[in-house]
Design a protein around this ligand. Structure first.
Ligand code: HEC
Length: 397
């Protein structure tokens, strides 16, 4: 079996597992935040029970009660929710390595942004994830973290600053994946370094009949609230990697900033709704404004197509595509690190080139994400020639 195909299989299996683990994690996060918000106190309940929620699912009824003090009886088997988070991160990091870090010059480095060496690109990426977590953790523990609104504001400004920084170091796509990886790492760091250790201490105290230090629970709650607000943006960033128009714009960092705001508002609406209060419907139109702004920014920030002159022959187009694209987009690509035609796009025969004229235009002229990081050195004039050919109706004579 060719080596490249094996790597592709590994990538598919790791991505699959990463997404499934992520669904389980985010699903349980949504579930527990909603459950906690829906608990209702009742005089009938044990004095140690904070509240109760009745739920129906799978043909039966669930009577959920939350003890804030240890109950008389605890079974040996207590279900902890942590492996969903850990495995999302482990497989996500493996995917980052397989897609980006194994061949940084393909996806990560764009010499037009910054001419990084492969080593610097990878080492810098990993270092930024570690530093990002440490700064966030310090921020939460500092005086800034003592006020939720103040922390949210400072955190948001820092997140946008980091996004700006990444887009000035990596390719558009490499920048976005690092924003996603950083936010995801912060979320898992919250579970691993804070929420679970604090919970262990609280459980031990409760079982020993001691009153747990409320600071432990408060810190864990603060972090799980952060995670809750970060779920929607992190998934957006991950998906945006597959939509070049989101990152192939001069304003890509502002696009993400606008999307962050929109997703925070939407999350806020859901959290309010789950407490049983009447949620504020104005949050939806309020979220639509930054979302529309994000769409507008992708249009305004699009690179401008160069203008050319004179008609372009199909032979010239074939020559350009053959030189600049077909090294990757062929049945047997010759480009190092590319084992099969990416996304099944073949640009190796005249007929296929003609049939894919709109796609060529979109990728090489409008978003300009192709040739990938301009690894094959297409010139402005060649882009203009491709544009003219497509605008003239993509003639094949
Ligand atoms: C160095 C290798 C490489 C070169 C050179 C290259 N591409 Fe690509 N192309 C890729 C990869 C990798 C993808 C898949 C990107 C992804 O997964 O989103 C891709 C995807 C595409 C797609 C599909 C986009 C989509 O999202 O559906 C088109 C169309 C395309 N390339 C056209 C071109 C054209 C036109 C050229 C030449 C001007 C070109 N490519 C040069 C690697 C390359």
């Amino acid at each position: 079996m060719p080596w490249g195909l094996l790597i592709d299989w590994a990538e598919l299996l790791v991505r699959w597992t990463h997404v499934i683990a992520g669904i389980a994690w985010i699903g349980s996060s949504f579930y527990f935040i909603a459950l906690d918000a829906s608990l209702k106190a009742h005089p009938r309940l044990d004095a140690r029970v904070k509240g109760e929620a009745w739920q129906v699912h799978g043909g039966g009824f669930y009577q959920m009660q939350k003890f804030t003090v240890a109950p008389d009886y605890l079974p040996d088997e207590l279900t902890w929710f942590k492996w969903e988070a850990y495995s999302t991160w482990i497989f996500g990091f493996a995917l980052l390595v397989l897609v980006y870090y194994l061949h940084p010059s393909v996806y990560l480095i764009d010499p037009a942004v910054l001419n990084l060496s492969p080593y610097d690109a990878v080492a810098g990426g990993i270092a930024s994830l570690v530093a990002g977590w440490l700064i966030y953790d310090l921020l939460c523990k500092s005086w800034i973290g003592q006020d939720t609104r103040r922390l949210a504001l400072v955190g948001f400004v820092l997140l946008v600053a980091v996004t700006f920084g990444y887009t000035h170091v990596y390719s558009g796509r490499g920048a976005f994946i690092h924003v996603g990886a950083l936010v995801g790492s912060i979320m898992v760091g919250n579970v691993f370094f804070l929420i679970i250790p604090n919970q262990r201490i609280v459980v031990r105290d409760l079982l020993a009949g001691r009153v747990p230090d409320p600071a432990l629970g408060n810190a864990a709650k603060q972090r799980s609230l952060h995670n809750n607000y970060l779920t929607l943006p992190v998934v957006f960033v991950m998906l945006s990697n597959h939509y070049a128009f989101t990152y192939a714009t001069r304003w890509s960092w502002l696009v993400l900033a606008a999307v962050f705001i929109a997703t925070f508002l939407v999350r806020h609406w859901f959290n309010a709704k789950h407490t049983g209060a009447r949620p504020d419907w104005r949050l939806w139109p309020a979220a639509a404004v930054p979302m529309a702004l994000a769409a507008l920014l992708t249009v305004l920030g699009q690179p401008r197509a160069a203008a050319g002159s004179g008609p372009v022959s199909f032979a010239e187009v074939q020559h350009i595509v053959g030189q600049r694209c077909a090294v990757c987009h062929a049945a047997r690509p010759s480009f190092d690190g590319i084992s099969e035609a990416p996304k099944g796009i073949l640009l190796d025969t005249p007929r296929r080139i003609a049939a894919l004229a709109p796609q060529i235009y979109q990728q090489a002229v409008v978003t300009r994400v192709m040739p990938l990081n301009n690894l094959t050195g297409i010139t402005e004039q060649e882009r203009a020639q491709l544009a003219q050919w497509v605008n003239a109706g993509a003639p094949t004579q």
